[in-house]
Design a protein around this ligand. Structure first.
Ligand SMILES: Cc1ncc(COP(=O)(O)O)c(C=O)c1O
Length: 425
């Protein structure tokens, strides 16, 4: 069914049948045609256990926190357990995990809290490659006199221009805000190297890992970043956001909060009542990935090791689909692909591919595909600076195909056949 995949020692090939059984919505039909969910970068489907965890919470633990009764205590226990699950996911301590409505809301709140400690003339570096949720919240500090320096890309392969980055990190830089991976063109940034550059200049490092999370193992300790955000709805969980913050920073910075709310970190960062049922779903999403990892490599003794094993299996699988997709796209007339296409550089990108076909409006292509049960996205996906920089913003942006580990070679072939039909029609 698919091209042979090279696997790292100790990891079994992905059992795609088992994976797809876990996701009931993948069986959806659209006008008699099976749905192909190639819209993962805007939100992935969820395994059954995520739905079950949400339901079980509502059935057996539904209450606010810190009450003197059973359901409330169960809510507290559940939140602690999910903090531990996310700590394994990030490779940090549970008290370094913060829950929030989504990445954008978390980042707006954090930027405001960091901003209150900065002075006029202090600098923050952002990038042209990033989703606006990792630009706008920092730009909002301009009204306090903070200077925002925007790092450019190399247009030929849509990678960050590291020389430009170097020149924009100065002795005045207080924070560097960079995405782990681009949600438009799939570029994976050298975030460990950039973290070192930021730290050498005495600046904090903030990483937006929203797009990276379904495509690679996150290791905040290894990266040594100060903050990292990602959104569980992009890695098979419910619609929420999560933040990792180094304990010392979560304790030092002062979030905006109401007086009766906890002053103790991490809870002081969680504004108002959280969506407890969805937090329960986050725990189940992490456990799904861990179970996948255990199936691929039963020797892993901890959840963290199981998570690592899951990605050791999904990453090479996604790459085979990426190669198949690029092979097909490159053989279509009039297709322009944005980002890295060199097969030897797949380690620098994930399986998110954006392209245009001649002057066709991407919305028209997405509708053509949607009518055939193939779900893709068109536009700028809030990576507005990038869309403008690539000169596509005025033309409807690009068409984006997002591959995750539940997609199949057949789905890629169906997509390519439909694009052939689109070009021919
Ligand atoms: C790379 C990236 N960063 C940030 C966001 C915003 O995340 P949220 O919807 O959780 O606010 C997105 C959403 O698409 C994204 O892809």
């Amino acid at each position: 069914m698919s091209t042979p995949v090279m696997h790292e020692a100790g990891a079994k090939p992905l059992d795609i049948e088992w994976v797809r059984e876990q996701f009931p919505s993948l069986k959806t039909d659209v006008a008699g045609k099976p749905a192909a969910f190639l819209d993962g970068p805007a939100g992935t489907q969820v395994p059954r256990r995520v739905m079950d965890a949400i339901q079980q919470y509502l059935l057996k633990a539904n209450a606010n926190t810190y009450g003197a009764f059973w359901t409330s205590r169960r809510s507290n226990e559940m939140i602690l357990a999910v903090r531990s699950a996310m700590a394994d996911f990030f490779n940090c301590s549970p008290e370094e995990v913060v829950f929030g409505q989504n990445m954008t809301t978390i980042t707006l709140g954090l930027a405001r809290a960091i901003g209150r400690e900065l002075n006029s003339g202090d600098e923050i570096a952002v990038t042209t490659l990033d989703h606006d949720a990792n630009v706008g919240p920092w730009r909002a500090l301009e009204e306090k006199g903070i200077v925002i320096r925007q790092v450019d890309i190399r247009e030929s392969d849509c990678t960050l221009d590291l020389d430009d980055l170097r020149s924009k990190i100065t002795s005045k830089t207080k924070l560097v805000a960079v995405g782990y991976a681009s949600n438009m063109v799939g570029t994976i940034n050298p975030v460990a190297q950039i973290t070192k550059m930021a730290h050498d200049a005495g600046a904090l490092m903030f990483i937006d890992a929203v797009h990276y999370a379904p495509h690679g193992l996150i290791d905040v300790k290894g990266l040594d970043c100060d903050f990292l955000v990602c959104s569980p709805y992009k890695f098979f969980g419910p619609h929420m956001g999560t933040l990792y913050g180094k304990k010392e920073h979560l304790e030092r910075f002062r979030p905006y909060k109401v007086r009766p709310a906890s002053s103790i970190s991490p809870e002081c960062w969680e504004t108002g009542t959280q969506v407890h049922e969805l937090i329960a779903g986050i725990g189940a999403a992490v456990d799904y990935l861990a179970e996948l990892g255990k199936r691929c490599d039963p020797t892993g003794t901890t959840r963290r090791k199981a998570l690592a094993a899951a990605y050791r299996t999904t990453v090479p699988y996604e790459r085979t689909l990426l190669e198949r997709l690029l092979n097909g796209l490159e053989s279509l007339p009039g297709v322009k692909i944005y980002g890295i296409t060199d097969r030897a550089r797949f380690g620098e990108r994930c399986a998110t591919v954006s392209f245009r076909i001649g002057d066709h409006n991407p919305t028209g292509i997405a509708e053509f595909l949607g009518d055939r049960g193939i779900f893709t996205w068109d536009g700028n996906f809030y990576a507005l600076n990038l869309s403008e920089r690539l000169g596509v913003e005025q033309k409807g942006g690009v068409l984006r195909v997002g591959v995750v580990h539940y997609n199949t070679a057949e789905e890629i072939d169906r997509l390519l056949d439909a694009l052939c039909a689109f070009v021919a029609h």
